[in-house]
Write a protein that binds this ligand. Structure first.
Ligand code: SF4
Length: 175
């Protein structure tokens, strides 16, 4: 039976998903061994139950991210923190130097030329941007900004073989 694999995109730039797509033809080899059941690169509305591995990009920046992450944790056997934003907060956490009110004011009023003001659709910001492991248990950390396609490929192939990948010699923060 194929492994059920998901990816998710929280507060990140999508660069980690671009790196995942950079696996190119190796994606086809992986497709023989796994079934992608949820991802921003496919049309799936609801995070499914019984997922074997989920790779999560991005930090937790707002209430929607936190709710999504908790649901992913409940429904995933091995949760992978993918990329420096997920692992440490990285770029998004630079806003932790400011209040969330001043960040919203800056983004939606001071720097806006039309329709000044925070749209009601914007989810409530958390007081601080947080890495995944400060909210839920994380099983594997994959540093890098973004992690390379080779590192993501190695991570997935090891997980599919039932092993926890040893990444310390392959990747580091910011690379
Ligand atoms: Fe983008 Fe780097 Fe964050 Fe990945 S780790 S989401 S590439 S800023």
């Amino acid at each position: 039976m194929k492994a059920r694999v998901a990816t998710a995109w929280l507060g990140g730039c999508s660069g980690c998903h671009m790196s995942l797509l950079d696996m190119d033809e190796r994606l086809l080899e992986l497709a023989d061994q796994m079934q992608l059941v949820y991802s921003p690169i496919m049309d799936a509305k609801e995070f499914p139950a019984n997922v074997d591995f989920t790779l999560v990009e991005g930090a937790v920046v707002n209430a929607d991210n936190e709710k999504t992450l908790r649901q992913i944790r409940e429904r995933t056997r091995i949760l992978v923190s993918l990329g420096d934003c997920a692992v440490t907060g990285n770029v998004p956490s630079m806003r932790n130097l400011f209040t969330k009110e001043s960040v919203l004011q800056r983004g939606y009023a001071e720097n806006a030329e039309v329709n000044k003001g925070v749209p009601k659709e914007v989810p409530p910001l958390l007081a601080n941007v947080r890495p995944l492991h400060s909210i839920v248990k994380v099983d594997l950390f994959v540093p890098g900004c973004p992690p390379s396609a080779d590192v993501i490929h190695f991570t997935l192939t090891e997980l599919l073989k039932g092993r926890m990948p040893e990444l310390t010699s392959l990747t580091r923060f910011g690379k």
